[in-house]
Design a protein around this ligand. Structure first.
Ligand code: ATP
Ligand code: MG
Length: 427
């Protein structure tokens, strides 16, 4: 029979790569908990209209990349292409705004976009994201940036750039929009087809184009920073001042507009020079217009999303895969010995040890070979003799030292063993 392949743009994540994922998730979880963010889990599929309204129909995500289908009840359904729209929908549906001034939320999970599959770009990919809902204060912008920076630093990525911009509020953008249209119109024929299409509908997004000629033209476009009103300017200055105070380096990038329509004021990206074309590992900003747009009360908000595949690609260039070294490998042979091995393993696990038990029933020699390959710190051996006397042989894999000990004594010495094992693991 023919084997079944994974679909393009999807993949299995196996050991040892999974070690990077688990460590990254654990670090993010801890940092987010310390900053009082609460996890939220929303559905992986939602009504298509949520994304059409929440992301904007003129974006690539909605226009080209969504996995949209009719379910058996004839509902237009879409696999979530990003996390923010679902979180905002949940915020509104569950009246989270009634629970206090500010909601700090985070999520992680798979997102789906029908894109060309390449390194760092998949059709099912994973993000961690945060959303702070209910604060217009520039301190919220800086808080989420500081958290992103903390996570990236703690996992061991330091060679990253932070680009920031302000795209102002609606009014500023209206003024800028006209200036941009005036500048771009004479070049209309030279723009890529998508950008020609956007010239009137959504000219800001032309700055985001990946087409080289369009980028060249956009390089000399007027800067949005010259069109910011008083409020926007003050907000942006405060963000920059606090970033400096926190020692977070950044550079201004007036072409940074983000792909999504609901952003206001601060926009940012964290970029790596070690990833080739798929260089952005984190993107975010303020989106004061979205909650209202989706039918909720007027609520300012700011957040970001990190692409985990790209972070893992970077970590693989820098560090060996983190592993969880096993404490004990249990080898046994003979009916009574095998049952005692199961009981002993279970007890050791309840004391907090990690224990793998050999189920093969094969000769001791073969089981010892597997004990060696398991990476366990110590091996426990139960044969007929040990079963008879309710004892066990304890063998330290590195030194090959071996001693016999009563099974009950082994458990009584759990604390001492823990120390010994940890000190071996740490050398
Ligand atoms: P890009 O310009 O690379 O397409 P984007 O602007 O579409 O990115 P966002 O919607 O801001 O990306 O998503 C945030 C992050 O999620 C990105 O910076 C990236 O790290 C990651 N990401 C987005 N799309 C993909 C994908 N198809 N495969 C892997 N990671 C992705
Ligand atoms: Mg994209």
């Amino acid at each position: 029979m023919s084997t079944i392949e994974t679909l393009p743009g999807t993949r299995d994540i196996l050991s040892p790569e999974i070690g990077y994922w688990q460590r990254l998730e654990a670090i993010a979880r801890e940092i987010l908990a310390k900053a009082a963010y609460r996890e939220i889990r929303t559905p992986i599929f939602e009504q298509t209209s949520l994304f059409e309204r929440g992301i904007g129909e003129a974006t690539d995500v909605v226009g080209k990349e969504m996995y949209t289908f009719k379910d058996k009840g004839d509902r237009s359904t879409t696999l979530r292409p990003e996390g923010t729209a679902g979180v905002v929908r949940a915020f509104i549906k569950n009246s989270l705004y009634a629970q206090g001034d500010v909601q700090r939320l985070w999520y992680t999970g798979p997102m789906f976009r029908y894109e060309r599959n390449q390194a760092g770009r998949q059709r099912q990919f994973n993000q961690i994201g945060v959303e702070v809902l209910g604060s217009a204060d520039p301190r919220a912008d800086v808080e989420v940036l500081a958290i992103a920076s903390d996570i990236l630093k703690t996992i061991g990525l330091t060679n990253l750039r932070l680009d920031i911009n302000s795209i102002g509020n609606k009014e500023d953008r209206q003024n800028y929009r006209q200036a941009l249209i005036d500048y771009l119109t004479p070049y209309k024929e030279e723009l890529d087809p998508d950008s020609q299409d956007r010239l009137i509908r959504n000219p800001l997004r032309i700055l985001d184009s990946k087409n080289p000629r369009t980028q060249e033209i956009a390089a000399d476009a007027p800067s949005i920073l010259d069109y910011l009103g008083e409020n926007s300017r003050r907000h942006f200055e405060k963000v920059q001042q606090m970033l400096t105070d926190l020692g977070i380096k950044y550079q201004l990038n007036p072409r940074l507009v983000r792909g999504l329509d609901y952003y206001t004021y601060t926009a940012f990206e964290i970029i790596s020079d070690d990833l080739g074309a798929q260089a952005t590992v984190c993107g975010g900003g303020r989106y004061d217009g979205l909650v209202k747009e989706l039918g909720g009360p007027d609520t300012p908000a700011v957040g970001w999303a990190m692409g985990l595949e790209r972070l893992i690609l970077l970590l693989q260039q820098l560090q060996p895969a983190p592993t969880n070294a096993l404490d004990f490998y249990v080898v046994s042979r003979g009916d009574r010995a095998e049952v005692q091995a199961v009981l002993l393993a279970q007890k050791l696990r309840s004391f907090g040890f990690s224990v793998e038990i050999d189920l093969s029933g094969s000769a001791f020699k073969k089981q010892f070979g597997r004990a060696d390959r398991s990476g366990a710190v110590a091996c426990l051996i139960i044969g007929d003799e040990e079963a008879e006397s309710q004892s066990v042989k304890l063998k330290w894999m590195a030194s090959k030292e071996q001693s016999a000990i009563a099974q009950s004594d082994l458990l009584e010495k759990a604390e001492e063993l823990r120390c010994q094992i940890d000190s071996i693991k740490n050398t």
